[in-house]
Ligand binder design. Structure first.
Ligand SMILES: Cc1ncc(COP(=O)(O)O)c(C=O)c1O
Length: 451
């Protein structure tokens, strides 16, 4: 008799197809108790290790359900091109599911997503559009990753899965993550924490756990504005995500870059758990919130491992790399100059920037993007001086008076920071930059023009 083995044997971990590894209540990702980074006398805390999913992250669950749901609704043909904006993990899982099922896959990503993730997407066979956007694609950004995916998804033979709005996203967690945690803790879980991106994890898992026991406390952990933690969103961006349901959570916890990366380091070095930065963020927020009381059993989602974030870790934990300067020795100090500028009082939100223009005499608004971008749409009254021209010095379009009030603007507020610093370096004393760029300008309902 030929050798045969029953398929989908979770006990022996033998499978006939990689997709059978998908996590569910019969094949859960591990829950591991944390022993050294937790100082509680009574409360116990578990991390749920989501890199045990077949493609390496919590988003495997969502990708599988988005595709299954679209198939069940008859929305996909045999050669459909799936399209999705991604901060990396959803795209990586979709790429592999598309390969396994015979679909094509196109991802739109921000050019600030770690290089390691963009490289992996290409390795997995993804057609990749890299766009200027926030670290996590910003809903509402007219030329960002989400808008581009919507545009591509409308093309013949394409389908935009839309994890930011699609109920199949939280449903994946309602069907798998929640039941796994309930069963793994024997119904003893009292507190649940997830870091917030699309909010599928916190909303879907939280709904399931509260349905089993309405006393379970559910918390979302988010980074501070201007953060550098891939995959997650600060509060202002969360409000634009349809699956963010704060009324259903017991609280939101904010964590700084520093605390997130330090907890990531401690998880790796003290617990021997290979968690990445957003796991460090989730745990840091959880440890501040969990009451140290008898009977408390907390579960924190550890979304993915550290390996995709080598460049971010190098940047945020420089003491780990003594004597190994960054690629150019000025990269660190220059990043610090930009960080300081970003937090300075010279960066104005769109409304204050508009007031600044209206109330200062002889002010100039300078759009530092390319002519092509400027021509499509720009804040009303803006001049166009692309960054490369500003860098040449003494811009002819500006007054020679170094006290002239100048406001720089771009698409999301990054290039305009460079522009502001370049002008200051040329002696202009009253230069400010628009936080969030044209995207925020539009969100604030301020006027624009096209040429
Ligand atoms: C590394 C990482 N952490 C956290 C999250 C947030 O998960 P969710 O989108 O379910 O809120 C994501 C989402 O892509 C992620 O990639």
């Amino acid at each position: 008799m030929p050798w045969s083995i029953s398929t989908m044997d979770h006990q022996r971990r033998v499978y006939s197809n990689i997709l059978e590894l998908a996590a569910n209540v019969d094949n859960p990702t591990p829950l591991v108790r944390l022993n050294r980074v937790v100082n509680f006398k009574h409360a116990v805390v578990y991390g749920k290790l989501e890199w045990f999913n077949p493609f390496g992250a919590v988003k495997d669950r969502v990708a599988a359900n988005l595709v299954q749901d679209a198939e069940a609704r008859g929305q996909l043909g045999p050669d459909t091109r799936l399209v999705e904006p991604t901060s990396g993990n959803t795209g990586m899982a979709l790429a592999m599911i598309a390969n396994a099922k015979g679909y094509r896959f196109t991802a739109t990503v921000s050019n600030k997503v770690p290089q390691e993730k963009r490289d992996s997407l290409r390795l997995f066979g993804t057609q990749l559009f890299e766009l200027e956007d926030d670290l996590c694609p910003a809903p509402g950004a007219p030329e960002g990753a989400i808008a581009k995916a919507a545009e591509l998804g409308n093309e013949q033979g394409s389908f935009h899965l839309n994890q930011y709005k699609n109920p199949a996203n939280p449903e994946a967690h309602f069907r798998t993550t929640g039941p796994e945690i309930w069963r793994q803790t024997g119904g003893a879980v009292t507190h649940f924490f997830a870091s917030l991106g699309t909010c599928g994890t916190v909303t879907g898992t939280g709904r399931f756990l509260k349905q089993q026991n309405s006393k379970v406390k559910v918390y979302g952990v988010h980074p501070a504005a201007g953060h550098d933690i891939p995959g997650v969103r600060a509060l202002k961006q969360l409000e634009q995500t349809a699956i963010f349901a704060p009324a259903e959570y017991d609280g939101l916890v904010e964590v700084s870059n520093g605390d997130a990366y330090e907890m990531c380091r401690r998880l790796n070095q003290e617990e021997s758990i290979i968690a990445g930065p957003s796991s460090g963020m989730g745990l840091s927020g959880a440890l501040r919130t969990i009451p140290d009381e008898p009977g408390v059993v907390a579960v924190v989602i550890f979304c993915d491992d550290a390996f995709k974030y080598a460049s971010s870790i190098r940047k945020h934990l420089p003491s780990l790399f003594p004597g190994k300067p960054q690629q150019t020795s000025l990269a660190g100090p220059l990043a610090s100059i930009l960080d300081l500028a970003r937090k300075s009082s010279d960066v104005l939100d769109a409304k204050s920037a508009h007031t600044f223009l209206e109330t200062t005499r002889n002010s100039s608004l300078v759009d530092v993007r390319s002519l092509e971008e400027y021509e499509k749409q720009h804040p009303q009254g803006a001049l166009n001086i692309p960054l490369a021209d500003l860098a040449k010095g003494e811009p002819a379009l500006l007054s020679a008076d170094k006290d002239t009030p100048i406001l720089t603007v771009c698409k999301v507020g990054e290039r305009s920071l460079h522009g502001m610093l370049l002008l200051k370096a040329q002696g202009y004393r009253n230069v400010k930059s628009v936080a969030g760029g044209l995207d925020s300008w539009l969100a604030a309902g301020l006027p624009t023009s096209r040429t």
